[in-house]
Design a protein around this ligand. Sequence first.
Ligand code: PBG
Length: 309
Amino acid sequence: MIAETNVQLDNLIFPLFLTEGVNFKNEVTSMPGIYRYSQDTLLKELENCLQLGLNKICLFPAIADEKKDPIASESYNPEGLYTSTIKQIKSTFPEIILMTDVAMDPYSSDGHDGLVRGGEIVNDETLHILGKMALAQARAGADIIGPSDMMDGRVGYIRELLDDEGFSNVSIMSYTAKYASAFYGPFRDALDSAPKNGDKKTYQMNPANKKEAILEAELDFQEGADFLMVKPALAYLDVIKLLSDNFEIPIAAYQVSGEYAMTKAAAQNGWLDGEEIMLETLLSIRRAGASAILTYFAKEFAQWVNKDK
Ligand code: PBG
C-alpha cells in the first residue's frame, strides 16, 4: 500500500542469444541459467516464457566466423540466421514483442560496432550499413529496433529509412548513454564478439561523464527515438534518474551481463541471496526512473511471480 515503486513483469525485456545449428542449447559459462539457442530450441524456450507471461524479448546473434567480414554483410542478409529467426518467431508467436540489435560487432571480422578503416572507426559510412541492417530486421517483423552501436546520427538515419519504406510503426529504442564498460565481458564471451584490436572508447561513453548523457539524449530525442536507454544500469542509476527527470519519453535501462554474472557468482558461493538481490536491484532501477528494463533475470523474475499461483 505504501510502496512508492514496484517492478512488474511488464517492465522487463528478456535478452536471448541465438546461434547456428539444430537442437543446440549451451549454457554461457559466466552466465549460469543463460543459454545460446539454435532456432528450434529458442522457439521452445519462447513458449516457456509465454506460459510464464513473459512476452518481451531482445535477440542477439552469434555468427559463425566464416560469415564475418569487414562490412558485416551478413547483418542485412534477408535469409540470414538472424532475420529468418525473427520471421519464424513473429509468425509462430505474434504476441511476442521483439526487439532487435543494430550494431556491426556480431558480424564484423574486426569485432567493432562500426566500420574500421586504418585502425579508426568511420562513423558516417557505418550509418549506411546500420540502415540496411535495421531495414532487414523491420522487413522480418521486428517491433523495436535497438541501435547499440553508438555511432552519431544513426537514430535519425534509421528513422528516416524506416519511414520511407513504410515502417513508421516500428519503434526505436536508442542505446543513448551506453558507457565503455567492463560489465559487458560475459556478453562478449557469449557471442565471441570482442574487438580484435583496440577498445570501444572512441564511440561508447566515458564513465566519468553525465552531462554528455544529456547531450546524447537531446540528439536521440530530436532524431526520433521512442525510448532512451542507459547501459549498464546499477553503476549508472544517477544517469537513469537524470534522463528520466529531463525527458518526457520512456526511459529504459540495461542490466547487463556483468551485473547478472556478479550476482550469480556470489549466490552460487552462498555469499548473497541471489533472489533478493535480483528483486532489490530491479527495484532500484525502477526507482531511478526506468520504465523498461532489459535483464537476464527476466525469466527468473517471471518464475518468481508465478510461484504462488
Ligand atoms: C554490442 C553490444 C554489447 C552489449 C549489447 N550490445 C557489448 C559491447 O558493446 O561490447 C552488452 C550487453 C551485456 O553486456 O549484457 N553492440
